[in-house]
Design a protein. Structure first.
Length: 381
């Protein structure tokens, strides 16, 4: 056993992670200064170097245990996939795997990361961070909302275009946003993975390093050296999600998808399916169609109860520059009438988690409460 200590967010995380990967105390980075997680044991298994708290998409708290071997294997695979070592801009919180990965990759590359200053991510803060970089080979990792923020700013877009690669992940990235990035000369790479796989392990649909993929009953299973040791203090969930099949260790992602000709396509969470009037509707599919419509790249779709249909999809957006009738019709045309949003609600700003991801539980609460500034009825079927 080895000691597990809590590290406050800030400049000390880099040094603490370096020590943990070298065999020192395992660490868990808290969400905020002075925040001590409850029920945390004082010791973990010897192989564990890092514990990452995550609720995933279900809201169920989990503590993922990662070994130094897993984190460094992911860092090596990422470096190879991106074309070599370089200097990283840290734009994500370090209590999430994506931010910790930036630090782990920096350690593997023996370079110093540059942190975006400020409590909230801004385009000017990113530009300032880029100005403090010392190497020409530059990388960063962003969530889609951050990429959109940078593309809305000319100086930030110019700075971003100078990067060797920009990883974008954490959630589905709208095709319209990717097209904007490519048109601006940004070398964007879509990253897919989770805390349980030491972060992104599939880039643009291609497994990196020795990551393996298989589809079992429509569910994506991931294997390889980056897999976690399991969940701290939750052997039942560990046994459910980490399995051995054909003598190989796999992580069951709970995501749906297909894997053809070596390319992985993710269709969304398998548990994010509603049944409306007896018809199954995948929320991720509705969201994808909406985000491809002009002026609606940030749409989030949730399910709410309906007396007549059982459940219906509701779309929530911070945008006002869209044609509601047209976007609802587009969903119906591609996915069928049951899939079209019953309403499109407009809010001042989408609620976000500290990671920069959309807080879907808060969005659903908005849809249930009807607390919005404006909206559009989808009409009768």
């Amino acid at each position: 056993m080895k000691r597990l200590r809590v590290v406050a967010p800030g400049e000390g995380v880099f040094a603490a992670l370096r020590a943990a990967l070298a065999g020192g105390d395992a660490i868990l980075v808290s969400g905020s200064a002075g925040d001590t997680p409850t029920g945390l044991p004082t010791h973990v298994e010897q192989r564990v170097a890092l514990v990452v708290e995550t609720s995933g998409s279900t809201g169920r708290p989990k503590r993922v245990q990662l070994s130094a071997d897993a984190l460094l294997a992911n860092a090596a695979a990422s470096e190879s996939a991106l074309g070599g070592p370089g200097q990283w801009v840290l734009a994500l919180p370090t209590h999430y795997i994506a931010g910790l990965n930036v630090l782990a990759r920096s350690l593997a590359a023996e370079t110093e990361p540059v942190t975006v200053a400020g409590e909230h991510f801004t385009a000017s803060g990113f530009v300032d961070a880029v100005g403090r970089m010392s190497l020409p080979e530059r990388y960063t990792a962003l969530v889609p909302a951050q990429l959109a923020t940078l593309l809305d700013d000319a100086a930030a877009t110019d700075a971003l275009a100078g990067f060797s690669a920009v990883l974008v992940g954490g959630q589905a990235t709208p095709r319209t946003l990717l097209d904007r990035a490519v048109a601006a000369g940004v070398r964007v790479r879509r990253s897919y993975g989770s805390s349980e796989t030491s972060g992104g392990c599939v880039y643009d649909g291609i497994p990196i390093g020795t990551t393996t993929v298989q589809i079992v009953d429509g569910e994506i299973w991931l294997g390889g050296p980056g897999l976690a040791e399991g969940y701290l203090g939750d052997p039942e969930l560990t046994a459910e999600r980490f399995v051995i099949d054909g003598g190989v260790h796999w992580f069951r992602t709970a995501d749906g998808g297909s894997f053809q000709a070596g390319v992985l396509t993710v269709t969304g969470r398998r548990d994010e399916v509603l049944i409306s009037g007896g018809v199954k509707v995948a929320l991720a599919a509705v969201e994808r169609v909406l985000r491809e419509q002009p002026g609606l790249h940030d749409a989030v779709v949730v399910a709410v109860p309906d007396e007549r249909w059982g459940e219906v999809p509701i779309a929530v957006t911070a945008s006002t520059a869209f044609d509601a009738d047209a976007v609802i019709a587009a969903v119906a045309a591609e996915l069928g009438t049951p899939a079209r949003p019953a309403r499109v609600l407009t809010v001042p700003a989408l609620p976000l988690l500290s990671s920069g991801k959309v807080d879907r539980l808060a969005v659903r609460a908005i849809a249930l409460e009807g607390g919005y500034q404006g909206g559009h009825q989808g009409g009768a079927r």
